[in-house]
Design a protein around this ligand. Structure first.
Ligand code: KIV
Ligand code: ZN
Length: 512
């Protein structure tokens, strides 16, 4: 029988360490629910000791998710581990993931510890973590730049203490597939109790080899867990992309011969959700989840596809969750049809009141746009989920005027803690005018780091989804707004970002 390959998703932890990708608790819960639909085996929900915001998010995810194991990262010290255990208390299945650097460079320059001290701390950490759960993962950070003899000593010792997963980290993306895979193979051969643990790979993409290194770790090194993120999100150049690992192993089952528990049809919805929440657009030519991943432009290819799909397609778009932009609902659709579609899309609104509010927004949208697609419904629901966050600012209406040779002007009406205010601003362009108008009232002084517009579906009728990334006093947040009018979407996105800057529970951009 084929071995199972465990998919460990770290979008909510390592993914969030990407500058600008920090997420609110509610956003993390939405992503965790989607990861559960995707059937990932382990969700690393955060780093409990990093901030109160991270702690609360892990706690909420642990209480919500039933099917995946929930994991928290912790440094190799009692305080971090106890905090991780506390956040995970409600989880049906929990894992504590503890790590300490083992490379000479990190030990000497960063930790200022001797190898013996590091060894001792790793042992203590795993021993302590085992008081809270039987599922303990240990990572030698910067493992791929560590010395083999020392790695063997540390790993043997932590397995003896009860570590059940050993995660060989290529922290700085230094690995090369053959070397990384062989290093793992050597470790497994030399560590006497290596068969008592599952071996895992964790690769960063600094040299664009994270997926290749991970797969070499699996095939050469015998790893049976891959740590990865949706869209390859992560520190610097990112982590191993989950969608690429899953589809490589599935499509080339003849070579990998491994079983996966993943529901691949949930890949594209997961990719879109993560991109929407973080504001990190997916490049069109990105494997599996890029808009062009299944587009055939050349005549020869189109001709081949029409005759036999497998001439140029090794995977089917629908197998990874690309819907054919089907018109699903329209102006005349009723509440029941809308509710049923939400269920089919895997969206759970918490109460009938929320369903009613989302349905009212759907009717508004159907008045402006005759064809409503699944993507429109998801954007609309996403707005709905933001709306009940006790937010300070709510968009009400706007008028904007631009004319060649004139300075654009915008009048915006929005509410601040329930009280409606009206303001006016000029700017170099319509969006600048809106921001200046809103700032004349809020005076947040935030710096706009990113402004991006995406069409949610195809065609000029499409809703525009605007992301605005703001920074203030070291905090970076993303606001998202959707509307058929991209100027209105921009105002919504700006107010959404201001709401996040206001929320005290959120943390600083979470770098370890
Ligand atoms: O890249 C890394 O080394 C990590 C560890 C904490 C596993 O993310
Ligand atoms: Zn990492």
């Amino acid at each position: 029988m084929a071995d199972k390959l465990i998919i460990f998703d770290t979008t909510l932890r390592d993914g969030e360490q990407s500058p600008g990708a920090s997420m609110t608790k509610d956003e993390k819960i939405r992503i965790a629910k989607q990861l559960e639909r995707l059937k990932v085996d382990v969700i690393e929900a955060g780093f409990a000791a990093a901030s109160p915001g991270d702690f609360e998010a892990i706690k909420a995810i642990a209480a919500t998710i039933k099917d995946s194991t929930i994991c928290s990262l912790s440094r190799a010290n009692d305080r971090d581990i106890a905090r991780a255990a506390e956040a995970l208390a409600a989880a049906q299945r929990k894992r504590i993931h503890t790590f300490i650097a083992t490379s000479p460079l990190h030990m000497e320059k960063k930790l200022r510890m001797s190898p013996d001290q590091v060894l001792e701390q790793a042992i203590q950490a795993v021993r302590y973590a085992r008081n809270f759960t039987d599922d303990v993962e240990f990572s030698p950070e910067d493992g791929s730049r560590s010395e083999m003899d020392f790695l063997c000593r540390v790993i043997e010792a932590v397995i003896k203490e009860g570590a059940t997963t050993i995660n060989f980290a290529d922290t700085v993306g230094y690995g090369v597939p053959e070397l990384y895979g062989n290093m793992l193979k050597t470790l497994r051969e030399r560590v006497p109790n290596s068969d008592k643990a599952i071996w895992s790979v964790h690769c960063h993409n600094d040299l664009g080899m994270a997926v290749a290194n991970s797969l070499a770790g699996v095939m050469i090194g015998g790893a049976r867990q891959v740590e990865c993120t949706i869209n390859g999100l992560g520190e610097r150049a990112g982590n191993t992309a989950l969608e690429e690992i899953v589809m490589a192993v599935r499509t080339r089952k003849d070579y990998f011969n491994l079983e996966l528990g993943i529901d691949a049809t949930q890949i594209v919805p997961a990719s879109k959700l993560v991109s929407q929440i973080t504001g990190f657009a997916v490049q069109p030519n990105k494997a599996v989840v890029g808009a062009n991943a299944f587009a055939h432009a050349s005549g020869i290819h189109q001709d081949g596809i029409l005759k036999a799909r497998d001439t140029y397609e090794i995977m089917r778009a629908e197998d990874v969750g690309w819907s054919a932009n089907k018109i699903v609902l329209g102006k005349l659709s009723g509440r029941n049809a809308f509710k049923q579609r939400l269920e089919q899309l895997g969206v759970e609104l918490e109460s009938e009141v929320e369903v009613n509010a989302a349905f009212a927004r759907f009717k508004d949208l159907a008045d402006k746009k005759s064809e409503i697609f699944d993507e429109d419904i998801l954007a609309l629901v996403s707005d709905e989920e933001h709306a009940h966050d006790n937010e300070a600012f709510h968009f009400v209406s706007l008028a904007q005027h631009s004319e060649t040779g004139e300075r654009p002007v915008a009048k915006v009406v929005f509410s601040i803690e329930g009280k409606e205010v009206s303001c006016e601003g000029h700017g170099n362009g319509p969006v600048d005018a809106i921001v200046n108008a809103i700032e004349s009232k809020t005076q947040s002084g935030a710096e706009l780091l990113l402004f991006s517009v995406n069409a949610i579906t195809t065609g000029t009728q499409s809703q525009g989804e605007v992301t605005m990334r703001l920074s203030k006093s070291g905090r970076i947040v993303n606001g998202v707004g959707a509307d058929p009018d991209i100027v209105v979407a921009s105002a919504k996105a700006y107010l959404s970002a201001l709401n996040k800057l206001q929320s005290k529970a959120e943390k600083l951009n979470p770098q370890i």
